[in-house]
Write a protein that binds this ligand. Structure first.
Ligand code: GLY
Length: 369
């Protein structure tokens, strides 16, 4: 069974060895590919939240191949990301995604001291977004001072890392406080989680839920479910708190019930049945979460769910040829915003598919810790 995953990794790395060079020539951080073109983020330039996934992908492929091309390409983009520290205005809670997977990966894999300092810098920026009423503010904008989002569960990993690095529990306490708020306010009786909860920034009182990137208010945006699943799994790996594991398994049980027969993932688990709108990024993220959950619990159901998802992607929605620059097809950034990409290739989908393949073949360097 493993051979199919070995073969996919070999084909993916060969494809990327050729196609990634174009990104360097253009000097961009690829956000998605359309046909034979890499395209940078349509928003916020190099400060957009997805910028860390390209270097992370390069680091994974460097671990897999040992080819210095991938290391050099990762470092090219790390330079662009650390330049964003000075611009600052586009950075938000997603510094977790951006820097743990880029400079953090460089430090983890190579021990580079400047990369460690840059990652601590990012953790300090994230701490600046903590509202002591118990949550991390997600985004900027005058009307969003009290917005907290489920995606942030992934960003907490940067804080847990910083606490260990500095032996200073401040980072841990803030991450724990946010996770406690999510446990209290984001979960629904069916095991699904909200995307956005708005709090009163002065008192911390819950104001309302917002629909966010899913189909409608109260629906189940699949990528949000995947962020919660993997995010609480990582949280448990950092805290050892059984409440975090129970939360991850609650989301996992609900996610499992919504995996399509073909192994692909709808953009929203509540979308109209006649709507064929997929988000394969959600399936790739969830597969990584399921594989980590399996390592922790040894429950076969989580392993089986991961294989259904990865097999669905490999069988139906990957392009190892020259049709597109990237790998994974049918990725959708947001249910109602086709401008960011609908049923297209988006780089963080490729990242999570490769991370899942690295886990399945026993090679994943675990860049989230
Ligand atoms: N973190 C934003 C998203 O998943 O689109």
């Amino acid at each position: 069974m493993t051979n199919q995953y070995e073969a996919a990794l070999a084909r993916a790395s060969a494809k990327y060895r050729l196609s990634a060079a174009d990104a360097g020539l253009k000097g961009i951080i690829p956000y998605k590919s359309e046909g034979t073109r890499w395209i940078g983020s349509p928003f916020a330039g190099n400060g957009w939240w997805t910028g860390g996934f390209w270097p992370a992908l390069m680091w994974q492929l460097w671990v897999y191949t040992g080819d210095p091309f991938f290391r050099d390409e990762a470092r090219r983009v790390e330079g662009l990301l650390t330049d964003e520290f000075r611009r600052f205005t586009e950075l938000n809670h997603d510094v977790g995604f951006m820097y743990l997977l880029s400079t953090g990966a460089d430090y983890k894999l190579n021990g580079d001291e400047q990369a460690r300092i840059d990652t601590l810098h990012a953790a300090s920026l994230m701490m600046g977004r903590f509202n002591p009423k118990g949550f991390f503010r997600a985004w900027d904008g005058a009307d969003r001072k009290g917005f907290a989002i489920i995606d942030c569960m992934m960003n907490l990993s940067l804080l847990f890392w910083a606490s260990r690095q500095t032996e200073d529990p401040r980072f841990f306490h803030a991450a724990r406080a946010h996770a406690d708020t999510v446990l209290r306010e984001f979960f629904r009786p069916d095991g699904s989680v909200s995307h956005i909860i708005e709090f009163d920034p002065a008192t911390g009182a819950r104001v309302r839920e917002h629909a966010g990137q899913g189909y409608a208010l109260g629906s189940q945006w699949s990528r949000g479910q995947a962020w919660g699943l993997y995010g609480f799994t990582l949280c448990f790996l950092n805290t050892g708190d059984p409440r975090d594991l129970a939360a991850a398994e609650r989301i996992a049980a609900n996610f499992t019930a919504h995996i399509r027969p073909d192994g692909l993932t709808d953009c929203d688990f509540c979308q109209p049945s006649e709507e064929e709108r997929l988000d394969n990024i959600a399936g790739a993220i969830a597969a990584c979460g399921f594989l980590e959950l399996y390592e922790i619990t040894k429950k076969e159901a989580w392993h089986a769910a991961a294989l259904r998802l990865v097999d669905g992607l490999l069988d139906r929605c990957t392009d190892f040829g020259e049709g597109i620059r990237g790998l994974l097809t049918h990725c959708t950034a947001s249910y109602h915003d086709d401008g960011a990409g609908r049923h297209t290739n988006i780089v963080y989908g490729d990242y999570f598919l490769i991370e899942a393949l690295m886990k399945l073949t026993g090679r994943d360097p675990m860049l989230w810790r």
